[in-house]
Design a binder for this molecule. Sequence first.
Ligand code: PLP
Length: 445
Amino acid sequence: MADEIAKTPETNEAELTGATTRRRPKPDIMEISGRKLKPATLMMGHGYDPALSEGSLKPPIFLTSTFAFESAAAGKRHFEGVTGIRPGGSEGLIYSRFNGPNQEIAEDRLAVWEDADDALLFSSGMSAIATTLLALVQPGDVIVHSAPLYAATEGLIGRILGKFGVQWMDFPAGATEEDIGAVVKAAQAKGRVAMIYLESPANPTNVLVDVEAVVARRDFLFAGEAHQPPIVIDNTFLGPLWHKPLAHGADLVVYSLTKYAGGHSDLVAGGALGKQKLVDAIRMMRNTIGTILDPHSAWMLLRSLETLELRMSRAGENAAKVCAWLRDQPQVEKIVYLGFPSDARQQDIYDRHCTGAGSTFSLYLKGGEAESFAFLDALKIAKLAVSLGGTETLASHPAAMTHLSVPAERKKALDIGDNMVRISIGCEDADDLIADFAQALQAVG
Ligand code: PLP
């Protein structure tokens, strides 16, 4: 806690947490002659005025823990704003656990991709998710979620929030509207449904969630009620280019920005964006527990966002070529890739929600662990590492790595077999990648 926020009997919780809202001038041009500028254009300058930084074309990195007030009265005014004594949020920057210029510029740019009211940056994807859950969930509440979720998210909801009396219920990612409705209704009988939390596509099954169906059921089941559970979705695998859940009725999107948004496998970051009221509640929690991203990583993220569309488009095109080639190879049992939807329902969800199939997929080889390891060890271009969404192609073995501790039955249910290899395609030349996979498949037999 900043020294200047000393806890006195008069200070209430809002004063200690502080709902900062960006109040610095936005000098941007967002449209020209009635034409709304596209995210790819806005990524080069939105939210930054060089005149505020000695004309520096690019934002400097603001390495400071605190900000000097122009006068005592200004400091008081900022605190009145940050504590909610005066509505409208803080007019200026106060302390770097609350925010800073690099984070604010990157937050403004991130929000552009999904037309979000506002965005927040975090020190990792997990800290974005944890801060969101802490802000929106109370003891006794029920979280309804799609399954499976990223393993750490499942652990956070089931094991950690469970310690504080939070309950959960889940439905399979590909569930029908009726089945989703039945689970939400059963959850209503258990307690206050704090939120409906989704991950689409599910990791590592690549099954898409019908966000529109979830929204329809939520609106139906909670019609006229004071509390409408927000729909929160982890959009790490397809966003923000190929899937924009806010446009389909979700209220909040969370991200591991470590993946496609960061895009170079050189930073760890998270994001939350969406409706202002939710973002403000999460910001208050972030201010309290200090899960904000550091200025240097925020600056790196700014640079990454400039090339986001180029990188993701190229990776997506590469993956389409590689998957079309891989699926015909004799050593390959099957490929689970969004470009080859598994059934009519998945095809329908894909057609309504997605503008691209992404570049992360699962390759099932004929054989087991020995064949998978032989393939992975023979790769020359693709690197053997977990994670995804970087400029370089990565390959890993979920059963022996990311999902090693998952019980055998659950692995079976999720189709995480010993013959499964997870691949994230990067921005290399697609034919070079095919040559690499071709020679590695020879090692399989
Ligand atoms: N959500 C998904 C879908 C992920 O794949 C990951 C990480 O792999 C996370 C969240 C957590 O992100 P981070 O590693 O940035 O904390």
